[in-house]
Design a protein around this ligand. Structure first.
Ligand code: SF4
Length: 289
């Protein structure tokens, strides 16, 4: 298949599919994203689907064959060039969608990938080279390895060029971290990483809420989460936004189910009353009431 035909096929995505990797073993994939408000170029640094978390709600399909492909900076650069050239030549659009961001949002945890600092630098370089001034850069992370010195060094330039870090914060204590995210990393390690980055740069905190097992919506459960948010604010951690969302696709554990719009609304209002923060609530159908 020619490159242009491959690109044509890869872009024919529906909003609900959100595929992570096309059938062409590509690391860069297009998606029409509600979060971005248009076309987003996703970058998958984890085609082997390895992650330092094992979230019960994870929507990465690990039953499908893993792709044994080690991302190289050369391959990422080549694929990004292809897409950015195509989009730039079409007045920053593809099929009527304007390019809004380039996001590192793969099938695992990007901070555990050695070349992440080079990738962040490459994104900044391409943003300038392809005159994508309005295009945001987004790094999704659970924060487990973001303390690495090489990553820290690349963050200033990244944030100076409309880079954002979306830091996962589903948990509120040791037990909830174990129960929801099922990781060998400690609560203190992750929380300290969050605070270390958040002291220097504004973070978007992304929190997934859902029904699990026979525990249903319990506002009391989230009081500790609210206390944690207030603790971060007291400690002058920079929070650009908190995004609260629920499941919209089939999760790893079928016992995890989406919260109703009413419960999302209720928790959103409870947070707004108690925490001085910019809060965005994403309902299971993707809209905010
Ligand atoms: S951190 Fe993300 S990719 Fe990893 S298990 Fe959790 S939801 Fe899945």
């Amino acid at each position: 298949m020619t490159n242009s035909k491959a690109l044509e096929k890869a872009i024919s995505l529906s909003i609900s599919e959100h595929p992570r990797l096309s059938e062409f073993d590509r690391l860069v994939y297009p998606v029409i994203s509600r979060r971005a408000g248009g076309l987003s170029l996703g970058l998958n640094l984890n085609p082997d689907k390895k992650c330092s978390f094992r979230c019960v709600y994870c929507q990465v399909d690990r039953k499908q064959t893993k792709i044994e492909l080690i991302p190289t900076i050369q391959q990422i650069s080549n694929e990004l060039k292809e897409w950015l050239t195509l989009i730039k030549n079409n007045r920053n659009q593809y099929k009527g969608h304007t390019l809004k961001d380039i996001s590192i949002a793969g099938d695992g945890e990007p901070t555990s990938i050695d070349i992440l600092p080079e990738v962040l630098e490459l994104l900044v370089q391409f943003k300038k080279e392809y005159q994508q001034e309005q295009c945001k850069l987004v790094l999704f992370t659970n924060g487990t390895e973001i303390h690495r010195e090489s990553i820290q060094k690349s963050l200033q330039q990244y944030f100076d060029n409309e880079g954002e870090v979306w830091f996962k914060l589903d948990f509120w204590d040791v037990n909830s971290l174990k129960k929801i995210n099922r990781t060998r990393y400690s609560f203190d390690h992750i929380f300290n990483n969050l605070k270390q980055i958040g002291k220097q740069y504004p973070l978007v905190l992304q929190s997934c809420v859902f029904n699990w097992d026979d525990e249903y919506f319990d506002p009391q459960k989230y009081q500790t989460y609210i206390t944690l948010l207030n603790q971060l604010i007291r400690e002058q951690i920079k929070i650009k936004k908190v995004q609260l969302y629920t499941l919209s696709r089939v999760p790893a554990e079928i016992k995890a189910t989406a919260w109703s719009d009413e419960n999302m609304h209720m928790l959103g209002e409870t947070i707004r009353k108690q925490v001085d923060v910019n809060l965005e609530v994403i309902y299971s159908k993707g809209k905010e009431l």
